[in-house]
Design a protein around this ligand. Structure first.
Ligand SMILES: Nc1nc2c(c(=O)[nH]1)N[C@H]1C(S)=C(S)[C@@H](COP(=O)(O)OP(=O)(O)OC[C@H]3O[C@@H](n4cnc5c(=O)[nH]c(N)nc54)[C@H](O)[C@@H]3O)O[C@H]1N2
Ligand SMILES: Nc1nc2c(c(=O)[nH]1)N[C@H]1C(S)=C(S)[C@@H](COP(=O)(O)OP(=O)(O)OC[C@H]3O[C@@H](n4cnc5c(=O)[nH]c(N)nc54)[C@H](O)[C@@H]3O)O[C@H]1N2
Ligand code: SF4
Ligand SMILES: [Mo]
Length: 704
């Protein structure tokens, strides 16, 4: 059957005798895989959503979250009309209103804020709840620039890993993860591939069937660790020490690639001096691992070719997160790993796929008044809402495309901000999330199958198109339509506000050739135009000030950082502040843990939260015994920022001194608190990330 330009196809369903249509789309979730899907639609209703077998990366498979996406789309809990608060903030009592009425209320709140304190008193907080290009930042940018709103700076995800690597390479570019197929040694460093990046696993297994050794380096014995050939379990936040000792061994045993180092790097001699102080004995103590593990790891890395390090995001959530990635990026240089197909450092591919889209066209003409408004970090929302020195104060908060009360560190501070009587909060959502409960006005949001968009993957080299399969459910609107309506409510009539999604999409794809655009629409995906095979730094060409990869970095020195890879314990971590450690001796990790969750989405839906066994704290048997805690007991996990009461599970996947609470559960899943009630809202060393994995807590049994 011929496939029309938009990737849809008509077919008749013999059983029901109705005409059905299939529509190609791409998953919108903040997930590296960006799977292609096919939606079957009959009489305007989506009846089936399955992986697109033609997608080269996801190959017809989705995941336990998105296999049930239609239950989410048609959930009886879905918010389908605008809602106006009718009880105290946080209580969750609302009344349905028309869009006209809702826009009138929101429009006058924004106008009042502009009159009183100017544009910067409006703050828009958004994340990648839908990471498609139009949804993330297009009409929203135009609107926020037009009113001169405070700029949202920093990110909860990804920038630290990137900026760490940039400090060494001058760019954030990495291997094509698919080239792990050619690797013979794969170090999965601080990434839980089988859970968070599941469509890469078949590639790793294929390499393994050709003899590749797979090593996991993670303080938690994860699902991925369970499938690895070898696991190294350092204390959280100590990886740089491990890397320095690996370098020590590589230099000591002369396992380095002198030719590559000489031609393509600067600072080797100074690095040699630095790592001289890091015999394996020292890292073994800092990291709490065996000397043999370090010797083995360094030897394997120095002798097996091609050698790849695969990492993603998790290890960046630390006070010294950027230094961790900066140091990691030095390892492939020392052994010349970049020379080989299947060698080097594999992380986010977003630098290429994102660059294939014309983001400036999506932002449109600058509608601002020429001033650059102040920036407020998205990672410190609570501070900005409560700190009396924030001038002008935030009077209006627009929260959309994310669930900040659950996802931002230091929840209790955020809550105090959201409870402010003089704050007007607008939430654009699909569900009554913890954040939405604090809104003055909730506006209903569409799901991905209800809108047109394009997705730049950060796990593969494919762009994915997303055609709308059904009309918006109820009165819900897409992120672009939300800001079109807000612009109308404010009386803005610049032409930039009337662009349709089709026009926005056309401008986003402006860098692509006509032929590529056709392929993208027809097949649903397009491999972006980078070399195949991709041997990125085989011949150096590092875009740094020195033109070489920087083992020693003048740029870091000028910014006040150690110019060489350096280990420093976090204040809230092993080897940190002794007073704090005396009161709160356990390190809290709150990583992604559940196959049926995607961040804070899904814990509330049937088939998801109920099947993941409930929110809990996980403890090592030794820490439990010391505290008289048995499996299933209620415990209180606490520090100076907050406390959360939940049941305990005693597990063998942690190590003494570490407690874990899976990320993503809502407040209703414990005692009205979620994991981030405890987490550290300091920023990372550089890169503007959040240090929420450097959090110290104490755990005590709660008598029944
Ligand atoms: N099923 C599922 N998949 C997801 C998500 C989800 O919520 N659920 N979320 C998506 C998102 S937004 C992202 S950013 C990615 C994240 O993908 P990943 O980065 O792979 O996952 P994380 O759980 O953030 O962190 C990975 C691992 O880092 C470990 N880690 C923490 N601190 C350290 C450290 O100091 N050193 C080392 N070596 N390891 C450390 C954690 O124990 C964790 O197992 O996953 C995406 N995929
Ligand atoms: N403790 C701890 N905290 C973390 C992390 C962790 O590992 N541990 N991970 C961090 C990371 S890496 C990330 S990426 C963040 C994720 O934090 P968030 O992005 O806040 O979490 P999500 O669950 O992805 O939020 C998505 C929300 O957006 C809504 N949504 C989906 N599509 C749309 C849309 O098209 N429009 C609108 N308006 N809304 C939509 C969904 O209904 C959902 O409620 O959390 C961070 N916070
Ligand atoms: S959440 Fe990730 S794995 Fe699941 S369908 Fe979406 S992109 Fe694929
Ligand atoms: Mo993320």
């Amino acid at each position: 059957m011929p496939v029309p330009d938009d990737g849809s196809a008509d077919e008749s369903d013999a059983e029901t005798d109705t005409i059905t249509r299939t529509v190609l789309g791409t998953c919108h979730h903040d997930c590296p895989d960006s799977c292609g899907w096919v939606v079957t639609v009959g009489d305007g209703v989506a009846t089936r959503l399955r992986g697109d077998p033609g997608h080269p990366y996801s190959a017809g498979e989705l995941c336990p979250k998105v296999n049930r996406l239609l239950d989410r789309v048609y959930s009886p809990e879905r918010i389908t009309t605008p809602l106006l608060r009718s009880g105290p903030k946080g209580e969750g009592r609302f009344e349905p209103v028309s869009w006209d009425r809702a826009l009138e209320v929101v429009g006058s709140a924004i106008s009042a804020a502009l009159d009183r304190h100017g544009g910067e008193s409006v703050y828009s907080w958004s994340d990648a709840g839908n990471q498609s290009a139009l949804s993330m930042s297009s009409m929203s940018h135009r609107f926020l620039t037009r009113i001169g709103a405070s700029r949202m700076t920093d990110t909860l995800c990804g920038a630290v890993a990137r900026e760490g690597v940039v400090a060494t390479y001058g760019s954030g570019d990495s291997m094509d993860p698919m080239d792990l197929r050619h690797s013979r040694l794969i170090l999965l460093w601080g990434t839980n591939t089988r859970l968070t990046n599941r469509h890469l696993w078949p590639t790793i297994e294929a390499a393994r069937s050709d003899g590749a050794t797979v090593v996991v380096i993670d303080p938690i014995r994860t699902l991925t660790a369970a499938a690895a050939d070898r696991v190294v379990q350092p204390l959280p936040g100590t990886d740089v020490a491990l890397m320095l000792s690996m370098m020590h061994v590589l230099v000591r045993d002369d396992l380095v690639d002198h030719d590559y180092i000489e031609r393509h790097t600067v600072g080797f001699d100074r690095l040699v001096d630095r790592v001289a102080d890091w015999p394996p004995q020292r890292a073994a103590e800092v990291c709490g691992i065996a000397i043999d593990d370090i010797e083995w790891l360094a030897r394997a890395y120095g002798t097996i070719r091609p050698a790849a390090i695969r990492t993603l995001i998790g290890a960046e959530h630390r006070t010294n997160g950027a230094m961790l990635f900066r140091t990691m990026a030095c390892l492939p240089l020392l052994v010349g790993a970049w020379r080989d197909l299947g060698g080097g450092l594999a992380r986010s591919t977003g630098t290429w796929t994102g660059a294939a889209l014309d983001q400036f066209a999506l932002w449109g003409p600058n509608l601002g008044d020429g001033r650059i408004p102040r920036g407020l970090s998205m990672n410190q929302l609570g501070r900005h809402l409560t700190d009396p020195t924030v001038d002008p104060p935030v009077d209006v908060l627009l929260a959309w495309n994310g669930n900040p009360l659950v996802s931002v560190p230091n929840t209790e501070l955020t809550r105090r901000g959201l409870e402010r009587d003089d704050l007007f909060t607008v939430v654009h959502e699909q569900f009554m999330t913890d954040t939405a409960r604090y809104a003055d006005v909730i506006l209903p949001a569409t799901t991905q199958i209800e809108q047109l968009d394009v997705v730049a993957s950060w796990g593969s080299l494919y762009l994915g198109i997303n055609h709308a399969a059904i009309a918006p459910v109820g009165d819900s609107v897409s992120n672009t339509e939300l800001f079109r309506r807000l612009a109308r409510a404010m009386g803005f009539d610049e032409p930039g506000f009337t662009d349709t999604d089709e026009e926005l999409l056309a401008s986003a794809l402006g860098h692509l050739s006509e032929a590529d655009r056709e392929v993208l629409h027809r097949d649903g995906h397009l491999r972006i135009d980078v070399a195949d095979p991709l041997l990125h730094f085989a011949d150096g060409n590092f875009p740094t000030p020195s033109g070489r990869a920087e083992l020693y970095s003048e740029t870091l020195a000028a910014a006040g950082h150690d110019p060489l890879p350096a280990y420093a314990p976090a204040r809230e971590g092993p080897g940190g502040d002794p007073d704090l450690l005396a009161r709160h001796p356990l390190v809290l990790l709150t990583p992604k843990t559940h196959a049926r969750f995607l961040n804070t989405s899904y814990s509330h839906l049937p088939g998801h939260g109920d099947r993941e066994g409930g929110n809990r704290a996980e403890l090592d048997p030794s820490d439990a015994e010391e505290r008289g805690i048995s499996d299933g007991d209620r415990v209180r996990v606490f520090n100076d920022r907050g406390a959360i009461v939940l049941s305990v599970r005693i597990v063998d996947r942690l190590r003494p001194g570490v407690v874990a609470i899976p990320f993503g559960w809502w407040e209703r899943d414990a005692d009205g608190r979620s994991a981030n009630a405890l987490t550290n809202d300091d920023l990372t060393d550089w890169g503007g990330g959040s240090a929420f994995f450097d959090t110290l807590v104490q755990v005590e049994r709660v008598d029944p």
